[in-house]
Write a protein that binds this ligand. Structure first.
Ligand code: ATP
Length: 878
């Protein structure tokens, strides 16, 4: 931050320093000076560097400025550079010789911006606060742009991490000393490591601890929501998470420079009501971002066919909190069905939705006094689209579409008002005028006429005076310093009459006024000013009228967002042949011809891809906690093991947000958590080794999975020596299987062929393999998941496909042969580590079979049939 210099400052700079002292140290102060926002001292140096603008000097100190009308395009760059931006505006018209009055009008921070161009239209924009006390950890999050405001408390902060990752907040508020203490608590070590990393990738603002005081927080929340108690929201007034909610309100108030006006509801988030996906699983399944950190290639992108930004944000919120509530999920599924059954009507509604504006966010800005005429135009255009949308929705027969129609209000009166009041084209600033339609307000029309007639009068005067003086090219002109004047070129000066009063001499011309012109000028300027003032008054009245309907408009906006999302899903279901999954509370998972939604879409778009195949090969799945609880999947590299196990997790996730799923048929017993242990590339940046990350994630799964969870494990144990890895994988499977009759539904993909022997000792484990064919020492990927274990890994053939030099491939083959011969002489892991007593007998049998597993023979008859079926377009030949 800039330090105030010791020398005597001008009054303006004294004013500057007063505000500089008021705003947070890490904010850059933009100080309005005429037509510029100026930065001074250290702010100027930093601002000029970030914005790439010229650094100048004023009275010996650094200064850098941006034109005020271009501020909107500069500010996002400062925010993107992680800076906060404080704005001090001029709040009166400058008078010569008088220090202009200024006020701090706004502090823009990553989590509290509201302006359209500073928000990503398709993403929620959360400010998150977290604190802790003896009872546990308390979080609150608010999207100030829409007023979405929630709280959550958990004894164990790890339970909040899935939520934080899904929210992907723009800014995090933490209590300074309380949060510093978390690092020293041994029991929080694992969580803190993860949270610390999370904070490292998000903007964090530390606040004094007292801002997180629970009782004061409860009061701020009541004030902000304008209610006497929180019972209506089902929240106790002593709920500990109100501490963080209070900190959010205080921060929002400080940054908006007045209390937020668009909060009307507080909701309590209970982790037990959602399907939880821990941060690693969200990353591994590429739910919100692909492995390349792009939206393209993620699940959200694959199931997003929304036409509106609000619809896209709703999808993000729903994917962040998949449900366990059958009734709600069935409502969503039915909505998709209603729209799917009426494609013509649905696309008509969707087309109309493309014309509506983001009224949820517009209202947020209007309520928080960020007002511009075009936003009113946005509300008007949206309301204009409503009758058509309602009419089309009325033609649907489905019950849910009908219910949704009921939530879209017509707003006839407000629509008529805005239609009659607002011009078709609107300015971006109130001060530009031209907002109000002629004929809407008598007084404003009168002033407008006066100003217009005066302009005609000026034109007449110009003609009259040209005739009188004989100066043919004399013109009436206007400028801010002198007002209206006659401009006469030097060559015509001799013709100027005596009643012309000289005002200014230019190189080639002179400027004059007359008494008549001066009188008229006063009349015109006052008519213009009065007309503008009247327009501003009418504008404010219109805003108030809109805000009277704010709640109803918000409700309509959320219904429109749902309709948009459902229609989008119905289009995806039709285009990609999704089915409506049966949902129940049984612990089973049955998928017929399931597909990976993202890989399938990418393959269709890019059929020249490495897979070499144009269409995705569907596969079946059957799991149940009591019978076929664990599917152990083996198969060569590149066969499709990872894709298969991920597709199952994605199908379950989609089903639990209410979307239809990429399968021919599916029956899904609701899942409380999805765990995955897949790749680890992201984690290396955290300073953990691949193996450490793998073990951390595995520990998390084993400690937290319940009977209702779904677990996908990919190549567990590969990050260490073969025998260590194999032993760990072996023990993990045994643990998940357990002794009892039930356990989490698990898919385990592995290259450790020894594990396939577990089928004989673990009653609820089944072997599967992803099949391939050999053809002249090359392999053909068939991508079919079939019962039984794979015979070998074909790693060398795959390496050849990847382009390894022939010399290396040949040498590898020789080494492999040697190793295989040696391996036969070496004792197997089963002999090194005896299984538990009661399995000893079975294990002895396995040992016998290990060298020549029965599964291989069982599959001997399968290849011909597979080749036949898959040649029809699905076979991939390299
Ligand atoms: N069912 C399928 N239909 C068509 N192509 C598929 C299918 N499954 C996977 N693929 C293609 O095969 C590629 C490799 O799949 P995947 O990564 O799942 O193999 P893998 O068996 O896990 O390999 P590795 O053991 O080497 O990790 C994928 O990128 C995809 O393009």
């Amino acid at each position: 931050m800039s330090k105030k210099p010791a020398k005597k400052e001008t009054p303006m700079m004294q004013q500057y320093w007063r505000y500089r002292g008021e705003v947070p140290e890490d904010a850059l102060l933009l100080f309005r000076l005429g037509d510029f926002y100026e930065m001074f001292h250290a702010d100027a140096e930093e601002g000029a560097r970030i914005l790439g603008i010229t650094l100048t000097q004023r009275s010996g100190y650094p200064m850098a400025g941006i034109p005020y009308h271009a501020a909107l395009s500069y500010i996002p760059k400062l925010l993107a550079a992680g800076k906060k931006v404080a704005i001090v505006d001029q709040v009166e018209t400058p008078q010569p010789g008088k220090l202009v009055k200024r006020e701090l009008t706004r502090i823009l921070t990553p989590g509290t911006t509201l302006e359209e161009h500073q928000l990503d239209a398709n993403k929620n924009h959360y400010l998150l606060a977290l604190t802790s006390d003896k009872k546990g950890f308390h979080a609150s999050w608010l999207d100030l742009s829409t007023g979405d405001f929630r709280i959550a408390s958990e004894e164990n902060p790890s339970a909040l991490m899935p939520l934080f990752t899904s929210l992907d907040p723009r800014e995090i508020l933490l209590p300074e000393t309380v949060s510093a203490g978390w690092a020293h608590r041994e029991e929080l070590r694992t969580w803190h490591e993860e949270f610390d990393y999370f904070c490292g990738t998000h903007a964090v603002t530390y606040q004094p601890d007292y801002q997180f005081e629970a009782a004061a927080g409860a009061r701020s929340v009541l004030d902000a929501l304008k209610v006497h108690n929180l019972q209506g929201f089902g929240i106790e007034g002593t709920h500990p998470a109100l501490a963080s909610a209070g900190a959010i309100i205080t921060y929002a108030t400080d940054t908006l420079c007045s209390p937020p006006q668009n909060l009307r509801k507080l909701s309590l988030y209970r982790s037990g009501e959602s399907l939880l996906l821990d941060p690693a699983t969200l990353r591994n399944l590429e739910v919100f971002q692909s492995a390349q950190h792009t939206r393209q290639g993620s699940l959200i992108d694959a199931v997003d066919a929304t036409a509106t930004a609000a619809g896209a944000r709703l999808l993000e919120r729903w994917l962040a909190a998949p449900r366990l509530d059958l009734e709600e999920l069935k409502r969503r599924q039915q909505a998709v069905q209603d729209f799917l059954e009426e494609p013509g009507l649905s696309s008509r509604v969707h087309d109309s939705l493309k014309t509506i504006r983001d009224i949820g966010r517009i209202l947020g800005r209007l309520q928080n006094r960020i007002r511009n005429p075009r936003e009113l135009g946005g509300i008007r255009d949206t309301l204009d689209a409503l009758p058509g949308i309602r009419e089309t929705l009325g033609e649907f027969v489905g019950s849910i579409a009908e219910a949704l129609r009921g939530r879209v209000e017509p707003f006839d009166e407000l629509r008529e008002l805005l239609d009659s009041a607002l011009n078709a084209e609107l300015p971006s600033q109130i001060s530009d005028g031209g907002i109000i339609k002629e004929g809407y307000d008598e007084e404003r029309d009168r002033l407008l006429d006066l100003s217009r007639n005066s302009k005609q009068w000026l034109a007449d005067l110009e003609t009259r005076e040209r005739e009188r003086t004989g100066i043919e090219k004399m013109k009436v002109k206007y400028n801010g310093a002198f007002g209206y004047f006659f401009e006469v070129s030097k060559s015509n000066l001799s013709k100027v009459p005596d009643d012309f009063i000289r005002r200014q001499t230019l190189v080639n011309a002179e400027r004059f006024v007359t008494e008549e012109l001066q009188n008229k000028e006063r009349e015109i300027l006052s008519a213009d000013e009065k007309s503008l003032a009247r327009e501003e008054e009418l504008f404010r009245e219109l805003v108030e009228k809109i805000l009277e309907h704010a709640d109803a408009l918000q409700d309509t906006a959320s219904a429109l967002a749902e309709i948009d999302l459902f229609i989008g899903w119905s289009q995806i279901a039709r285009e990609w042949d999704f089915c409506r999954p049966e949902l129940d509370a049984e612990s089973i998972l049955e998928i017929e011809a399931g597909r990976h939604p993202v890989v399938e879409q990418m393959m269709r778009r890019d059929y020249e891809g490495f897979s070499g195949s144009q269409s995705f090969v569907p596969n079946d799945t059957w799991l149940s906690t009591g019978e076929e609880q664990i599917a152990l999947i083996t198969g060569p590299n590149m066969a499709g093991k990872s894709t298969y196990i991920r597709q199952i997790a994605l199908i379950v996730l989609l089903a639990q947000v209410g979307c239809w799923v990429p399968a021919k048929r599916a029956r899904i017993g609701l899942v409380d958590r999805i765990f995955s242990r897949v790749g680890a590339s992201d984690e290396l940046a955290r300073g953990n080794s691949t193996f450490m990350v793998e073990m951390n994630e595995t520990a998390n799964i084993l400690n937290n999975a319940t009977e209702r969870s779904l677990i996908i494990l990919d190549e567990i144990g590969r990050g260490t020596s073969t025998y260590d890895g194999l032993s760990i994988a072996w023990a993990v499977i045994e643990h998940l299987h357990g002794e009892t009759k039930k356990g989490p539904r698990t898919l385990f993909a592995t290259h450790y062929h020894e594990l396939t022997q577990l089928e004989t000792s673990l009653s609820r484990l089944r072997n599967f393999h992803v099949s391939v064919k050999e053809w002249n020492d090359e392999i053909i990927f068939v991508r079919q998941v079939l019962p039984g274990a794979a015979d070998r890994s074909y790693g060398i053939q795959v390496a050849r496909l990847a382009g390894l030099p022939n010399t290396v491939i040949d040498r590898a083959k020789t080494i492999l042969e040697e190793l295989e011969t040696e391996g036969e002489a070496r004792p197997s892991i089963l002999e090194e580590e005896a299984p538990p007593k009661k399995k000893a007998k079975k294990a002895a049998k396995v040992k016998k079979e290990a060298k020549q597993p029965i599964a291989v023979e069982q599959r001997a008859a399968e290849p011909a049939a597979e080749i036949e079926t898959n040649r029809e377009g699905q076979l991939s030949l390299f």
